[in-house]
Design a protein around this ligand. Structure first.
Ligand code: SAM
Length: 305
């Protein structure tokens, strides 16, 4: 099944990943689930996946969740013409309780392109912006507050654990020294510059920017991403009808490890994919975000069998 997957709304530009693979998984659902079936898109973003699913499967209804108000706005516009087939709810997926069981749950984890590409959100070390990084701007500490409040050792541990950054101790020391000498960083570029200075000179101009891992770690901590994922992995199997499918797209090894373990050990689920599905070379070429995407699928067992 091939579908046009470039989604461009007025301001929200995000190309969904592994679209054909997700559509194929939905097409393989038992027909009684597909007909008049319901789907939860736990991370609706700009509604990219959801728009293509609603277009491809005229019998499906979608409930879409996001914790970012700008994603809720973008998805509402993107899916407006599907009328009551799309219901969009502002919620962290970890807190969501569905009204009824559904045929398919999709979670396309992490951040969307607009979150990264809008400097004012503070996720990007390439575009200077305030040190924020909250997906939900109404909740939790901003990045600069987290850096201020966290002690050096705990900061080093956080950068190591969530960024798998081998220079975590040096980076944490440098950050805390900078903060006590000069006060808060002016923005993401100043922080990225300080982090790069902790790398040996020969390693500063590699393929991956030296700030990549530390920014990932801060983002994961600020948005409580791994805890939220653990909650989703625990709850979503109960959202599914027997035979329904849970599809998770992850973008780094910390997430994928949790998904893999949960799909292997959760007695409510039967794995469909032993190895994760990855983008083909064409998609990787056209959409760099897809290079690290891993899709895992699991089916809800029938508790009576
Ligand atoms: C990769 S984007 C999804 C893009 C979407 N599939 C599309 O095609 O447009 C991930 C989205 O999930 C949202 N998100 C991440 N963690 C979340 C959570 N715990 N609860 C709700 N939304 C979350 C982010 O705000 C972001 O909009």
């Amino acid at each position: 099944m091939k579908e046009e997957s470039k989604i461009v709304t007025s301001k929200f530009k995000h190309t969904p990943v592994l679209v054909n693979q997700v559509l194929e998984a939905i097409a393989k659902l038992p027909s009684e689930l597909l007909i008049k079936g319901k789907l939860i898109d736990a991370t609706i973003g700009g509604g990219g996946h959801s728009a293509l699913i609603l277009k491809g499967f005229p019998s499906l209804h979608i409930t879409g969740l996001d914790q970012d108000p700008s994603a809720i706005d973008a998805a509402s516009k993107q899916l407006l013409h599907f009328g009551s087939r799309a219901e969009i709810i502002s919620s962290n997926f970890a807190d969501f309780v569905p009204q009824e069981e559904v045929a398919f749950v999709l979670a396309d984890l992490g951040v969307s392109s607009p979150q990264i590409d809008e400097a004012k959100r503070g996720f990007s070390f390439r575009l200077n912006g305030p040190l924020d990084m909250r997906m939900n701007p109404k909740k939790g500490l901003k990045a600069d507050e987290l850096l201020e409040k966290t002690e050096e050792k705990a900061l080093a541990d956080l950068i190591y654990k969530y960024g798998e950054e081998k220079f975590s101790r040096r980076i944490a020391r440098r950050i805390k020294q900078d903060l006590s000498a000069n006060g808060p960083y002016e923005g993401t570029s100043a922080l990225a510059y300080a982090i790069a200075g902790c790398y040996p000179p020969k390693m500063r101009n590699g393929r991956i920017h030296p700030a990549t891992r530390t920014f990932q770690a801060l983002r994961i901590a600020i948005n409580n991403e791994l805890d939220a994922l653990q909650h989703l992995l625990q709850k979503a199997p109960n959202w599914l009808l027997p035979g329904g499918v849970f599809a998770v797209i992850s973008f780094h090894s910390l997430e994928d490890r949790l998904v893999k373990k949960s799909f292997l050990t959760d007695e409510r689920l039967e794995r469909i994919t032993r190895k994760p599905i990855q983008a083909d070379s064409n998609e990787k070429l056209n959409n760099p975000r897809s290079r690290s995407a891993k899709l895992r699928l699991a089916k809800k067992r029938n508790p009576n069998e």
